[in-house]
Design a protein. Structure first.
Length: 198
């Protein structure tokens, strides 16, 4: 239910895409980075590196550009320091809308892109509040077409999630696990996917 805002956005986009080629790419990857500060003793609370998965939708805009809508989810954990126990699992989900520039070739197409969206952080199996923040991402990689309509997608994505400096996060019952001491945190993700072009 919490992601229903995505569907109105797609509803506005897909009718215009009907007359254009689209690419749908399930992706799997590995994501690292991101962290906060322990409210008890100031220790760094880092997110564990872990696998990620998602979906990328590209819609042709002109000969070399495409609109891009991306969803990527990571099931990770946040392990507080000795003054706060216990740690908890955390789902970190990025949604973005943006575009990419593609250098068209017969089989290998390099691309770069950017997008804006939101990061949703949901503590799993705990009473802590969810957190949703604005996010900016950059990406680049290669599309390697095996046939005219099927190809491999190799990419790197860098995410910056914007936070209020000196704000507490993951709170329950008036107590908070972590505090943000900067304007945000970054994550880096490498993905591979199988693209289908319609």
């Amino acid at each position: 239910m919490r992601y229903l805002f995505v569907f109105p956005l797609l509803a506005l986009t897909l009718p215009a895409a009907a007359a254009r080629d689209i690419e749908l790419t399930p992706i799997a990857g590995y994501r690292g980075g991101g962290g906060f500060e322990d409210t008890g003793n100031g220790d760094s609370l880092d997110l564990d590196e872990s696998a990620s998965y998602g979906l990328v939708l590209n819609i042709d805009h002109d000969a070399n550009t495409q609109w891009e809508f991306m969803f990527s989810r990571q099931n990770t954990s946040l392990k507080p320091g000795p003054t706060v126990a216990p740690g908890f699992d955390l789902d970190v989900t990025h949604f973005s809308a943006g575009g990419i520039y593609v250098w068209r070739d017969e089989k290998v197409e390099p691309f770069i892109g950017a997008g804006f969206g939101v990061t949703h952080m949901s503590p799993d199996g705990s009473d802590y509040d969810d957190e949703t923040r604005l996010m900016f991402q950059l990406n680049g990689g290669y599309k390697i077409w095996l046939t005219r309509n099927v190809g491999l997608r190799l990419e790197l994505r860098g995410y910056t999630t914007f936070m209020d400096s000196d704000a507490a996060v993951f709170c329950a019952g008036g107590a908070c696990v972590a505090r943000v001491e900067s304007s945000g945190f970054g994550q880096l993700e490498g993905n591979v996917g199988l693209s289908v072009r319609f």
